[in-house]
Ligand binder design. Structure first.
Ligand code: URA
Length: 422
């Protein structure tokens, strides 16, 4: 077998055989297939696609490239959630302790932000002392003692995906349904959760811009999970505008704590509860009421224990950026557009995200929204506050917002997007 013949098969719109897939994933993981060859193959897959059987084999080969975890020793059923990535998507933070408070074990192996989408680990690392890197033993201990853990996936889990994802990120080959589905599901299946709820984002701030593509991605992932014995369901949720009123690491932790305290923005609460209900249902827990667990403080109690178990101080003051800049409405009217992609890029440019994997992020950087689509605004009223430690970034962030914030004449009718499309 050789890499060039595998690339040619896909370049010429052929089907990859099981033997070709097994070989190329294994040889790439071992370093025998070079990055430039794998990036050519990834581009051929992006352009020419893969059928369901090819995607299933590709996913199985990525799972087999590393270790599999086993949560069957835990006393409670496991429930996991994965979001395909969005702007202001802090849902994992309130959701993991909430679902643990309702009786499930929640092993959230999470990632860092790259590009305009934020990462759960970057957000939690803004809490002084909190550690993302846990050994397998530590992870099991937190899961047993608290019921929820949010940590980085170990290097042994689907190593083929780790290499391939970093390569796709720098070769313009992220947005391919077969590659996204196999990347996400190989990690989730290798992780060993019993049930999984997928939050498939759709809209300008998501990988999938249309409902049709999001549905195709969701059904591909549900099929992969189900075939591997993981009870898998998917929600298609809106990412045309940021979730909540904060974008950025410490800013999003603060808002998540507000939700756990029984408050917080309505869209964040609605999506957190919708996902919690799906997770509990998939885990076979019927008698729990997540809204009650938010209201009675038990979700907050699990959050505090989860943060402390990973070295964090739940009472610590969160970092605040050194500089702020307020953007005011230039006219009176109805805010019709607050584009998720534009706001995500602006927040990234302020320092909340990274351009390369090894870059640091600023804990306090990001954006606070003072108005959301559908609100009536008056000329001069603050629309958002930009936060950064490096004020030379303000102009660059403001440039990213150009065309992404639209105010229509007073009285213009506005049709809000549902949070959950399907
Ligand atoms: N998240 C992943 O883990 N992989 C992708 O390909 C896209 C989003």
């Amino acid at each position: 077998m050789d890499a060039v013949s595998v690339i040619r098969t896909k370049r010429d719109r052929g089907r990859l055989t099981d033997a070709q897939i097994d070989w190329v994933i294994d040889a790439y993981t071992r370093g025998e297939v070079a990055d430039e060859q794998m990036s050519a193959l990834a581009m051929a897959i992006l352009l020419n696609g893969m059928d369901r059987a090819e995607i299933a084999r590709w996913t199985a080969a990525m799972i087999d490239s590393g270790e599999r975890m086993d949560f069957s020793v835990l006393p409670r059923p496991t429930a996991d959630k994965h979001s395909t990535g969005g702007v202001g998507d802090k849902i994992t933070l309130p959701l993991a302790p909430l679902v643990a408070a309702c009786g499930a074990s929640v092993p959230q192996l999470s990632g860092r932000g790259l590009g305009h989408t934020g990462g759960t680990l970057d957000k939690l690392e803004s809490i002084p002392g909190w550690r993302a890197l846990l050994s397998n033993d530590e992870m099991m201990r937190v899961l047993t003692d608290v019921g929820a853990v949010v940590c980085a996936a170990g290097d042994g889990l689907a190593p083929a995906d780790k290499k391939l994802y970093a390569l796709r990120d720098v070769t313009g080959t992220v947005e391919a349904i077969p590659l996204i589905a196999s990347s996400i599901m190989s990690k989730k299946i290798a992780e060993g959760t019993g049930s999984l709820v997928l939050d498939v984002k759709v809209g300008t701030g998501a990988f999938m811009k249309s409902l049709e593509d999001a549905r195709e991605l969701a059904s591909t992932m549900v099929g992969l999970g189900t075939d591997h014995g993981v009870k898998t369901v998917a929600l298609l949720t809106d990412m045309s505008t940021p979730l909540g009123r904060t974008i950025g690491n410490a800013l999003e932790v603060r808002e998540s704590v507000e939700v756990l305290a029984g408050g917080g923005p309505a869209d964040v609460v609605e999506l957190t509860l919708a996902l919690a209900r799906e997770m509990l249902d998939a885990a076979g827990i019927e008698d729990a009421d997540p809204a009650k667990a938010l209201a009675d403080g038990s979700a907050m109690d699990h959050w505090r224990r989860m943060i402390a178990a990973q070295g964090g101080d739940p009472d610590a003051t969160l970092p605040v950026a050194r500089e702020q800049h307020v953007i005011n409405a230039s006219e009176t009217g109805v805010l019709t557009t607050l584009d998720a992609y534009a706001v995500g890029v602006a927040s990234w440019r302020l320092g909340a995200g990274r351009a390369r994997k090894e870059d640091p992020v600023q804990a306090g950087a990001g954006i606070e929204l003072h108005a959301k689509p559908g609100d009536t605004v008056t000329a001069g009223q603050p629309l958002m506050t930009l936060h950064t430690d490096t004020p030379e970034r303000f102009a660059y962030a403001i440039e990213a917002l150009d065309g992404g914030v639209l105010v229509a004449p007073p009285g213009t009718s506005f049709e809000p997007q549902p949070i959950v499309h399907d």
